[in-house]
Design a protein around this ligand. Structure first.
Ligand code: NAP
Length: 219
């Protein structure tokens, strides 16, 4: 059984993913930066690993990851701390994490990114435009790496209960998706290693998660 290292493990997607994976019997190590989040992570059946992407270099993060089989990067500054923090977490943080995975000998790497159409036709702030630029740069960096990567681009994230039904594809119309469905899709991508080196766009839809991921493996 695989051990999965989640960066952003106390986040809304990260903690849902941790729960799904531990219920399937996988071991999960979840990076978090606030001491009080350790208990939340333990409640998902996962092992808390304390550390901040703004303080860890690739070697230190690799030491934390060593022995794991898969890395999932679901961290993000979430607009807090302005463009500098977005650059540091969503941008440099991803770069550090990918380097760390390589140093730790972990090939499989999943990135939670963003749908390019997010907030199009709306008046967006300079900070949001920077966020979209940084997410794309992170994708470019990961796609150029030699890792066994998968980039998942969810639509607008919702906290509603997940339906278990999604639409996944190389290019699909923009829409909403529950965090439950994002986490379920990430767990299924981990279960289906044939899905590799591909960018998947994801919204809620009408196909069961397992089948949707299977279709990506066969495409
Ligand atoms: N909102 C949307 O509609 C949308 C759409 C598409 C994609 N996304 C992306 O989806 C991803 C997951 O979303 P989510 O809802 O799970 O976000 P979230 O709840 O904000 O989770 C992000 C996690 O990243 C962590 N983080 C921030 N700075 C960190 C640092 N210095 N070191 C380590 N961890 C750090 C946060 O820690 P703290 O808990 O300590 O803050 C948080 O746990 C994000 O990357 C987001 O950009 C969002």
């Amino acid at each position: 059984m695989s051990t999965v290292f989640i960066i952003g493990g106390a986040g809304k997607v990260g903690r849902r993913l941790a729960r799904i994976l531990t219920e399937k019997g996988l071991a999960v190590h979840a990076l978090h930066r606030q001491p009080e989040q350790a208990q939340l992570i333990r409640l998902q059946g996962a092992k808390p690993v304390s550390g901040s992407l703004t303080e860890l270099d690739a070697a230190a993060l690799a030491t934390m990851m060593r022995g794991c089989d898969v890395v999932v990067f679901s961290a993000g500054a979430g607009g807090k701390g302005g463009p500098e923090m977005t650059n540091a977490i969503d941008g440099e943080g991803l770069k550090t994490a990918a380097e760390a995975a390589a140093l730790a000998g972990i090939s499989r790497f999943l990135l939670v990114s963003a749908f390019p159409e997010a907030s199009r036709n709306e008046s967006t702030s300079a900070s949001f435009e920077n966020y979209m630029r940084v997410k794309k740069q992170a994708e470019v960096m990961l796609a150029a790496s030699s890792l066994d990567w998968v980039i998942l681009r969810p639509g607008l994230l919702l906290d509603d209960k997940g339906s278990g039904y999604v639409r996944a594809g190389l290019a699909i119309p923009y829409g909403e998706v529950t965090r439950d469905n994002v986490a379920a899709t990430l767990a299924e991508i981990i279960a289906q290693p044939r899905v590799s080196r591909v960018i998947i766009e994801l919204t809620d839809g009408e196909v069961p998660v397992r089948k949707a991921v299977q279709q990506m493996a066969e495409s």
